[in-house]
Ligand binder design. Structure first.
Ligand code: PAF
Length: 280
């Protein structure tokens, strides 16, 4: 595996690769969720490129950019063992010459960003789309792999690819959970033992909603009320219902409903997101 930290060398290596290229963009602190994307990319492509880059332009001023876990040594071992060809881990100065307001950015449409995570994280998806577009250009990947946990991100990236005619296939991969259903996230590292117990109520609320829906006893109101009760010790940012195909907010639930939750766990002030499709 080649570990590359600069664009010039990356371009040269990419030119020399034979066959298809699968890209897994990450911010590092790799866990089993990332590994599920990486393993799939390795299986489906002749070459897999993993990027590890904590992208400053997708963080707001009061967010966790500085404390976001950086574990390149461990990430390197995991990628090597998984059969990755190139690990691209650039410095910020290699990716950006200037501050965010001096850069050409890709801004998703108002419709996609006037809701859910974008409301509390203004500019977040501009930062995500801009770095992902750069990585698509640099790696010339045929396929790129993203997790369904970041459902709004996945929807927005698919839209960007369609709107801007990127010649790349976006592969969405299922959420990976711990045995007790906590969705894996690099931010779980922040959780105290007490927080982790509280955080479990997010997935409990989602799985309860799915069960109630399957039993025919769920409405949008009953799910919202029950979930908020379950999550009363959390600071719930939103519980929302969208059509999984259009990402439009629904007034009534149906088989295409995706329920999304964002909540902060108080002790460590960790913001977590999770979602579930009501029917599959
Ligand atoms: O999902 C993430 O880890 C990041 O948003 C991504 C896609 C790697 C862009 O920085």
């Amino acid at each position: 595996m080649k570990i590359i930290d600069n664009i010039k060398e990356l371009r040269e290596e990419i030119k020399n690769l034979k066959g298809s290229i699968g890209l897994v963009p990450t911010m590092g602190a790799l866990h089993q969720g990332h590994l599920s994307l990486i393993n799939r990319a390795v299986k489906e492509n002749d070459n897999t490129v993993v990027s590890v880059f904590v992208n400053p332009i997708q963080f707001g001023i009061n967010e966790d950019l500085d404390k976001y876990p950086r574990q390149l040594e461990n990430d390197t071992k995991l990628c090597e063992n998984a059969g990755v060809k190139i690990l691209f881990a650039p410095k910020v100065s290699e990716m950006y010459q200037g501050n965010k307001d001096e850069l050409t950015l890709i801004c998703p449409p108002y419709e996609a960003v006037n809701k859910l995570c974008a409301k509390s994280r203004p500019g977040h998806f501009d930062g995500v789309c801009s770095v992902v577009a750069k990585l698509f250009n640099l790696t010339k990947a045929n396929r790129a792999y993203f997790g369904q946990k970041d459902a709004q991100q996945l929807f927005i990236i698919k839209k960007m690819v369609k709107d801007l005619n990127f010649d790349i296939e976006i592969i969405s991969c299922p959420i990976v959970r711990e045995a007790d259903n906590l969705a894996l996230s690099s931010r779980n590292q922040y959780l105290t033992q007490h927080d982790r117990k509280l955080a479990l109520n997010i997935s409990k609320a989602l799985f309860q909603a799915k069960k109630d829906y399957k039993e025919g006893i769920a409405t949008k109101k009953s799910i919202t009320d029950n979930s908020l009760k379950l999550m009363e010790d959390l600071d719930v940012e939103y519980i929302e219902f969208v059509d999984i195909n259009t990402f439009e907010i629904q007034t009534q639930i149906n088989n295409d409903t995706l329920i999304l939750i964002a909540a902060r766990v108080p002790e460590s002030d960790t913001r977590l997101i999770d979602n579930i499709k009501l029917w599959d």
